[in-house]
Design a protein around this ligand. Structure first.
Ligand SMILES: *Cc1c(COP(=O)(O)O)cnc(C)c1O
Length: 384
């Protein structure tokens, strides 16, 4: 087996070869600026950008005109949350989010607190899911915006954002959803869901890094203060020359994700379950987050085994995400919010399988991890 085996597909995915092929012409002869309407270079680039916009919109059930290109989900979250909060501040200055959100949401909320906003950070239930009554009770007359992620990046749980969005609508509160981890794994239907803004990124769905999008609903229209001033691109919401090659990559990646989803999700689930089957009987191995309402490719486990605090630092043959009590800042804010005690949360491993993993890799990696855990329990762990 060629190691290390890549099992960190929620951190980023490899670029699908078909995506790279679609991008390359726009780094070669088709180098035009999509805003140059006066010649073929510009018009070809513009046509490709609009095709990609339609492909991205289709995957999430949106109108192409509702899609605004950004550099990724971090920027999309910043634009959505700062943009909507600042535009609505005359109506109210209260915001609601969840403790288990990505830092791109939490740190943006913290910045708004410094600007005079009040933020309520809700705790999820022990399984990582937000209780809708808790959410409803947190909304006030002055709550102008709420932000809840669709899929959690650490534990993979899927929030019922359609139900949460309906609660926001009834309260006159704008609703933003970070869907960076959801595309290609969860069916998204913005035609039906009462969601006002939705953040997307390409590089977790086999596209390139550095390109993303924000869905901004046009009816009922969402008002946003733009965060990047300049040439007025993208309905004035995000100035800057469009990166046609990146945009074509994202469009192609999302088109492929839509085409493959029905077959790929069961394949990922089979691989993930195969991995978990080899570990779940081991004492002290704890699965974090709800196992049912969860994307198909995610496993997140904590090790509650005496004297095995450094085990997660010795896994050199598998590329996974881990937090270790030994490393600085290692304790996960997500696992802490679930109420796992810090000792357990301090030793956790996230395994996320992807499109290019094979059953042979999964078996090898699961046997490897199982042996490491058994060796550690027996006092036979070798330091890395
Ligand atoms: C990766 C990720 C982000 C950040 O996306 P970038 O495109 O890397 O900026 C935001 N939110 C979630 C849930 C993520 O998983």
């Amino acid at each position: 087996m060629q190691t290390p085996i890549y099992l960190d597909n929620s951190a980023t995915t490899p670029v699908d070869p078909a995506v790279l092929d679609a991008m390359l012409p726009f780094l070669r002869g088709e180098f035009g600026n999509p805003a140059s309407g006066t010649h073929a270079w510009g018009r070809n680039a513009s046509r490709a950008v609009e095709q990609a916009r339609a492909e991205v919109a289709k995957l999430v059930g949106a109108e192409p005109r509702d899609i605004v290109w950004t550099s990724g989900a971090t920027e999309s979250n910043n634009l959505a949350i700062k943009g909507a909060a600042l535009a609505a501040q005359k109506r109210g200055k209260h915001l609601v989010t969840v403790q288990t959100e990505h830092k791109a949401v939490l740190d943006t909320m913290a910045w708004l607190e410094k600007q005079g906003f009040e933020v309520t950070y809700l705790a999820p239930q022990k399984n990582g899911l937000l209780d809708s009554e808790t959410f409803r009770a947190a909304l006030r007359p002055d709550t102008v915006l709420a932000s809840v992620m669709l899929v959690n990046n650490e534990i993979g749980v899927i929030q019922d954002v359609a139900a949460l969005g309906a609660i926001c609508r009834a309260n006159g509160t704008l609703f933003h959803v970070d869907a960076a981890q959801a595309t290609g794994k969860v069916a998204i239907d913005l035609a039906q869901w009462p969601v006002d803004m939705l953040s997307l990124t390409a590089h977790k769905t086999y596209g390139p890094k550095g390109i993303g999008a924000l869905y901004v609903r046009r009816s009922p229209q969402v008002r946003l203060d733009c965060q990047m001033h300049g040439g007025g691109h993208e309905r004035g919401l995000r100035s800057g020359t469009l990166a046609a090659h990146q945009i074509v990559g994202m469009g192609t990646a999302f088109r492929i994700a839509g085409e493959l989803m029905a077959t790929e999700v069961p394949q990922l689930r089979a691989l993930r379950d195969r991995f978990w089957a080899k570990l779940k009987d081991l004492p002290g191995v704890i699965l974090n987050g709800d196992l049912e309402q969860r994307i198909a490719n995610n496993l997140n486990i904590s090790l509650n085994i005496p004297n095995c605090d450094s085990l997660v630092t010795t896994l050199s043959d598998i590329a996974v995400s881990s937090t270790s009590a030994c490393s600085t800042g290692g304790v996960s804010h997500v696992l802490q919010a679930l109420g796992s005690d810090a000792g357990v949360a301090g030793n956790s491993i996230r395994i996320t399988v992807g499109r290019f993993n094979t059953a042979g890799e999964i078996d090898w990696a699961a046997d490897y991890l199982r042996k490491k855990i058994e060796d550690c329990r027996a006092g036979r762990l070798q330091a890395a």
